[in-house]
Design a protein around this ligand. Structure first.
Ligand code: AMP
Length: 178
């Protein structure tokens, strides 16, 4: 069975969470299987290694679960993109529209400091790509801080929500597409 098949069998579908009509893709069963988790992280990391990634940015909060081990596999720094008010140091922020409200992500301003001239080659990591609004906002924030986004990497992609359209022109890598 392929990795995608095994991931598909492991992800838990939770109807009407967190709101009626949403079929939530719960990745926690992947976290409970260390061999499968390790294989998923390795697959995501090796596809990013080909792109010469120098930094991994994980999107709060499930992006941290995959982003940190990917950064460790690649031997590159990890930086979190967090909900407002969580990061203690000086931050840059990016607001983005959701269906009924606006949301904000923040990153520390110094995450890409200490390089040697060339812009950092950044991978943005999350668990699920849905409409792409969150990933697109993270990409804009990374770029405002001087990074070049070379890929958006997710475990699962909900293709019917056309997240790639919100990320047009960007490289998107997913292990499993619905
Ligand atoms: P979006 O901005 O629409 O691409 O939503 C992406 C964020 O919401 C990601 O951080 C996902 O973790 C989460 N998300 C959106 N839709 C789902 C879903 N159906 N199942 C699980 N997570 C989701």
């Amino acid at each position: 069975m392929t990795l995608a098949d095994r991931l598909a069998r492991t992800v838990r579908d939770v109807p009407d969470f967190p709101a009626p009509g949403i079929l939530f893709k719960d990745i926690t069963p992947i976290l409970a299987q260390p061999a499968l988790l390790s294989e998923a992280v390795t697959a995501m990391a090796s596809s990013l290694a080909e792109l010469g990634v120098t930094h991994v940015v994980g999107v709060e909060s499930r992006g941290f679960l995959f982003g940190v081990p990917i950064a460790m596999r690649l031997g590159v720094p990890f930086a979190p993109a967090r909900k407002p008010g969580k990061l203690p140091w000086t931050t840059e922020r990016e607001a983005y529209a959701l269906e009924y409200r606006e949301d904000v992500l923040e990153m520390h301003v110094d995450v890409f400091h200490g390089g040697h001239g060339e812009p950092p080659r950044v991978a943005v990591v999350d668990d699920v790509l849905a409409t792409g609004g969150t990933a697109a906002a993270t990409c804009r924030l990374v770029e405002r801080l001087g990074g070049e986004v070379v890929a958006v990497s997710v475990v699962l992609e909900l293709g019917f929500l056309h997240g790639r359209d919100a990320l047009s022109g960007r490289t998107v890598r997913s292990l499993l597409r619905y």
